[in-house]
Design a protein around this ligand. Structure first.
Ligand code: ATP
Ligand code: MG
Length: 224
């Protein structure tokens, strides 16, 4: 089982495909240090979300091995310590509080909102934590849905966070709140964030550039 604390992520010559379709990831190798925040950027269809799916075992590699702190993913049962925040997080028709509690039924929801700097945002909602989000969260904006997903993730307190950022529909004001919450969430945790905008990648220790299913560049943000 995984040792306590932030995990190291290693991908060794990993390839992936959907069903019997063509390979969409080719020989991807990368090592991510415990506690490191790596951003993944690249054009649409370049394999970023596919890589995220492999890490959370929504898809199995067709070749190669992924290890967490040296242990092959398929030998790990502690899936709860790896949490993905998907591009379009799933919210069910309940209150904000209920949706965040999916992360951990007994967690302190108010405290998580405080920690993430989201008290101000909550105050803008009609009923704060008791605000109903509507079917699939349709009463919230895309950015607000992402905030709920970040709070849910913080409550789950995972050792590896995989964040597939929302692609569109985030206004600049909400985006600032998202980025601030993200900075808190990623502190002291290994984080892999798929960034669609460069300002999000700027917060990372390192940026990996995907193109056509391969890592074509890796470096600190100012180099890119
Ligand atoms: P975006 O920036 O648009 O989110 P991405 O880099 O995340 O793009 P992926 O979703 O990883 O790209 O897709 C990589 C390739 O895999 C694309 O060619 C895509 O069409 C294909 N693909 C993705 N999901 C599936 C799926 N469920 N079934 C079949 N092919 C898929
Ligand atoms: Mg994607």
């Amino acid at each position: 089982e995984l040792p306590p604390g932030p995990v190291e992520v290693c991908a060794d010559r990993v390839s992936a495909r959907y069903g019997d379709g063509p390979l969409v990831l080719h020989d991807v190798s990368v090592r991510i240090e415990p506690g490191e925040h790596v951003a993944i950027v690249g054009p649409t269809g370049s394999g970023k979300s596919t890589f995220a799916k492999l890490l959370t075992r929504r898809l199995e590699p067709s070749a190669g091995v992924i290890t967490l702190s040296g242990i092959p993913l398929d030998r790990l049962t502690t899936a709860g310590r790896v949490v993905i925040v998907p591009q379009d997080p799933f919210l069910f028709d309940g209150t904000i509080s209920h949706n965040v509690r999916l992360g951990a039924p007994d967690g302190d929801v108010e405290r998580v909102f405080d920690d993430l700097g989201l008290r101000g945002w909550l105050a803008t909602l009609p009923d704060g934590l008791d605000t109903r989000v509507g079917l699939r969260g349709e009463r919230l904006s895309a950015g607000e849905r992402q905030l709920v997903a970040l709070a849910r993730t913080a409550l789950a307190d995972p050792d590896l966070v995989v964040l597939d950022e929302a692609t569109s529909g985030i206004d600049p004001a909400t985006d600032m709140v998202v980025q601030r919450a993200l900075a808190v969430l990623t502190k002291g945790r290994t984080t892999i964030s798929i960034a669609h905008r460069l300002n999000a990648a700027a917060a990372a220790d390192r940026v990996l550039v995907f193109d056509n299913g391969r890592i074509v560049q890796s470096g600190e943000h100012p180099d890119l």
